[in-house]
Design a protein around this ligand. Structure first.
Ligand SMILES: NC(=O)c1ccc[n+]([C@@H]2O[C@H](COP(=O)([O-])OP(=O)(O)OC[C@H]3O[C@@H](n4cnc5c(N)ncnc54)[C@H](OP(=O)(O)O)[C@@H]3O)[C@@H](O)[C@H]2O)c1
Length: 295
């Protein structure tokens, strides 16, 4: 298939391109810059100029493709709500372009969206369209295309990591290196799930090939790594002391990351593993964090 991939130049998109090419697909990647276009060409993909703000560019990309994988997202977390709304508008535009066809479309969401209640594992069969996390806007936006018959499925991502980057953990690393100590909130009992980049890329490829309308998949290997263990690994990696902050001080110290650092989001991927025959095999999150300094 010719697959239109938004966010193709990003962390996950860059790992997904070789997966898709190796499976015999062609990739057309959305990019907003000449550097992005060059990166795509070098990776064996074709560049499609456009932005998340330019709906006509998204429509053109989707109309010409056999399938769409939507990964692009503006990660300025100081503007998170607006960026989630922007994502919803992009999903609506891509969905409209595919309406009336059975061409598959994959959208991306966060793992926290599948949590039914405090302490529970996020699960693929849970969908709460009134979830308090603004990222639910992405899944809400997927409902209309689905109702109009679009073959849309969703991949929810945990902290996707390799030795260079580890999802939201990378923001905690930057904060730790800036402040001189690695931190967690309270006793650090909040848990984040995690998955290696190579496993996440393989999951996207399996999901687009399977094209199961309405499916939700979880890119999760480790169900829950505590924020305390994460802070300790950051401390080890960069030779920094580790120190807890109170919930009252979390925002002062962590800024927009405070909302995530106090959000317990353990997650399961058992339905995904059964449905796709997907078995994560990459190294663990703490191993990758500890390897960062050496690399
Ligand atoms: N990485 C994780 O651990 C993780 C966890 C949960 C969810 N996710 C979700 O997974 C998806 C991919 O994440 P990622 O880590 O690969 O992101 P990333 O490395 O930050 O890359 C973001 C991509 O989006 C593109 N983009 C950003 N703003 C854009 C705009 N206004 N118009 C067009 N393109 C734009 C970027 O293009 P440029 O090259 O032009 O900047 C880049 O290709 C996102 O939806 C993200 O929220 C990721």
């Amino acid at each position: 298939m010719q697959i239109f991939v938004t966010g193709a130049t990003g962390f996950i998109g860059s790992a997904l391109i070789p997966e898709l090419l190796a499976a015999g697909h062609q990739v057309v990647g959305l990019t907003r810059s000449a550097e992005g276009a060059e990166k795509l060409w070098n990776a064996g993909a074709t560049a499609h100029e456009g932005t998340l703000e330019d709906m006509a560019s998204l429509t053109r990309g989707a109309e010409r493709a056999d399938a769409v994988i939507h990964l692009a997202f503006d990660h300025d977390f100081s503007n998170y709500q607006d960026n989630c709304r922007k994502d919803a508008a992009a999903i609506a535009a891509l969905g409209k372009a595919l309406a009336g066809s059975d061409r598959p479309m994959l959208i991306t969401s966060g793992i926290g969206m599948g949590i039914a209640g405090p302490g529970e594992l996020s699960r693929e069969d849970v969908l709460d369209l009134g979830h308090k996390n603004p990222r639910i806007a992405s899944e809400r936006a997927g409902q209309e295309p689905l109702q109009k018959g679009v073959n849309l499925s969703t991949v929810r991502l945990s902290q996707i990591h390799d030795r260079r980057r580890q999802g939201l953990v990378s923001y905690l690393v930057d904060i730790a290196r800036g402040s001189g100590y690695a931190t967690y909130v309270g006793h650090g009992q909040v848990r984040w799930s995690a998955c290696h980049l190579s496993d996440a890329a393989r999951l996207f490829r399996l999901a687009i090939d399977r094209a199961e309308r309405g499916a939700r998949y979880h890119a999760v290997d480790e169900e829950g790594v505590s924020l305390r263990a994460i802070a300790e690994a950051i401390g080890d990696s960069f030779g920094l002391p580790v120190q807890g902050v109170t919930a009252d001080d979390a925002e002062k110290h962590l800024g927009p990351m405070a909302a995530f650092a106090t959000f317990d989001m353990p997650a399961s991927s058992s339905l995904t593993q059964d449905r796709l025959g997907w078995k994560p095999a990459g190294p663990g999150l703490l191993e990758d964090i500890r390897a960062m300094r050496r690399d």
